[in-house]
Ligand binder design. Structure first.
Ligand code: URA
Length: 211
């Protein structure tokens, strides 16, 4: 295996992104602005993997900058981590939309979007080669672990992955936000579990000291 430095990784990821822009063009409609690739430090020992970009991510071209991303960023900061220290990405690289009247809504990514994004996600992970991975929600867990997992059961557990690093399954931040709106006590519990999962993963990656 060839070890790459941060600058080489950045260059390899920029080339991969350009390739993805061409290859994923058939998925783009007038709804999408751009392909949303990973962001942060490509030499980070910790990668966070979500499902697919939403409307803010589509506009800005950066994963997790909408409401879910704000929750994620706050939790990272509470742990003493800056999101720029991590590699943050999604398994699907384009915003999955459906039309409702004149507005565009986010829907779960379909098989075609997952399938087309898959080789780019795999190659992205092979370049970044983190020491530990966090899987945010069921879609990321299924894509990376290779089978359908119930997040309610798998949360907090480590799984082997094809990327040479173990992955910890946790809640998707949008699930926590929904729960906070519906049932504040359960929302607070889920948030505490999420924070704990991120701490454990950062410790395993060597970004935070063990307590
Ligand atoms: N949800 C995701 O899974 N990824 C994002 O980038 C934003 C919201």
């Amino acid at each position: 295996m060839v070890m790459m430095g941060a600058e080489e990784k950045r260059a390899a990821l920029a080339a991969l992104r350009a390739e993805a822009v061409r290859a994923l063009a058939p998925l783009m409609t007038s709804d999408q602005t751009q392909v949303v690739f990973g962001a942060g430090d490509p030499a980070s020992p910790l990668a966070l993997v979500g499902e697919a970009p939403g409307p803010r991510e589509d506009r800005e071209g950066v994963p997790f900058v909408g409401p879910s991303g704000e929750l994620l960023t706050r939790v990272l900061e509470a742990l003493g981590l800056d999101r720029q220290q991590l590699w943050i990405t999604n398994v699907v690289k384009v915003w999955p939309t459906r039309r409702q009247g004149r507005s565009r809504r986010t829907r779960p990514p379909n098989a075609a979007e997952r399938h087309a994004s898959r080789p780019f996600f795999e190659r992205e992970m092979a370049i970044v080669r983190p020491r530990a991975i966090v899987l945010l929600g069921g879609t990321a867990a299924q894509e990376v672990v290779g089978r359908r997992l119930k997040v309610s059961e798998a949360r907090g557990q480590w799984f082997e992955t094809p990327f040479g690093a173990p992955a910890l399954v946790t809640f998707h931040p949008s699930y926590i936000r929904r729960l906070q709106g519906m049932d504040p006590a359960r929302g607070a519990q889920a948030l505490a579990a999420f924070r704990n999962d991120l701490r454990r993963a950062a410790q395993r990656a060597g970004l935070l000291d063990e307590e």
